[in-house]
Design a protein around this ligand. Structure first.
Ligand code: PDD
Length: 277
């Protein structure tokens, strides 16, 4: 008979719950999103849903009712009654025997959680430190896929050095983005960030940061920068859904803006708050 073992337990393969045969587990074969709410209102849901749909299309997961997923997100959030929530969801290609190709008949698996967002007031107030780490990821980081091992290892390396985030550096010596955030530098009151190409995620927070900058008539320049250039920046910050904007006060042990959140960063944060308030 065909056998499986789950931890210590033997069982016939045919009795195995399909969650154990998920292609998400075998291959990271799926896409995910992280959305948040501010004071009882989901932020930028349409943008997240669009990126999710783009990801599904990019990896060929077809016939997904995207409107139904959007409704699930909304109803789970409403049921939770958590005002400042983190909503995580993913869709994998489905469950089945472990075969790399997906010519079989798969039914996608959907998974979602609504949890409390940890408070990040002190991180915002004090700023965070970051270190650089090689970008070991694949060439389609615009797809928010479940394959996150390089991100996990980079973030762990940062944690072990008491840094909050790992800033990824590609083989050409340029910064791409954070292990789980977008990355910005400020020089002479101009805001710099990595050009939006297939090697980084089209961050939703980045999009609203750009909008905030436009409102403040701050120029945003898409440019590849090296760690050596960035460590001389007037200000640095990172951006991610769960924390929006976090000032960076240390970059590879070099002090940035005298270890204080930068003035322009604070202005951008205030303007950003207009979108979420
Ligand atoms: N990460 N770049 C990477 C590699 C990311 O994983 C994320 C977000 C971002 C920021 O994207 P957004 O502004 O859309 O949140 C940029 C999520 C939150 C995560 O993996 O938990």
């Amino acid at each position: 008979v065909e056998i499986a073992i789950i931890d210590e337990k033997f069982l016939p393969l045919e009795e195995l719950d399909k969650v154990y045969m998920d292609r998400g587990t075998f291959f990271g074969d799926g896409v995910y999103e992280v959305v948040r709410s501010y004071n009882g209102k989901i932020f930028a849901l349409a943008e997240h849903i669009q990126r999710f749909e783009n990801g599904l299309n990019a990896i060929g997961i077809e016939n997904v009712d995207i409107e139904k997923i959007k409704q699930k997100v909304i109803s789970a959030f409403e049921k939770s009654k958590i005002p400042n929530a983190k909503i995580y969801f993913h869709l994998t290609r489905g469950s089945g025997p472990r075969e790399h190709n997906f010519t079989g008949d798969y039914k996608p698996n959907f998974f979602l959680t609504v949890t409390e967002l940890p408070d990040c007031t002190s991180l915002k107030k004090n700023g965070v430190s970051v270190i650089t780490h090689p970008d070991w990821r694949w060439k389609r980081c615009d797809i928010k896929s479940l394959n996150l091992l390089p991100n996990v290892l980079a973030k762990q390396a940062a944690s072990e050095k008491n840094a909050f985030e790992a800033i990824l550096v590609n083989e050409d010596g340029y910064i791409t983005e954070g292990a789980s955030s977008a990355f910005f530098s400020i020089f002479d009151e101009k805001v710099y960030t990595t050009p939006l190409q297939e090697n980084i995620l089209p961050s939703i927070t980045r999009k609203f940061v750009t909008k905030a900058c436009r409102n403040l008539t701050l120029e945003v320049i898409e440019k590849h920068l090296s760690p050596d250039e960035v460590k001389k920046a007037d200000e640095l910050f990172m951006a991610v859904t769960t924390k929006d904007i976090l000032p960076i006060i240390e970059f590879n042990n070099v002090e940035i803006s005298n270890r204080l959140p930068g003035e322009i960063t604070s202005k951008i944060e205030n303007e950003f708050a207009e979108f979420t308030g």
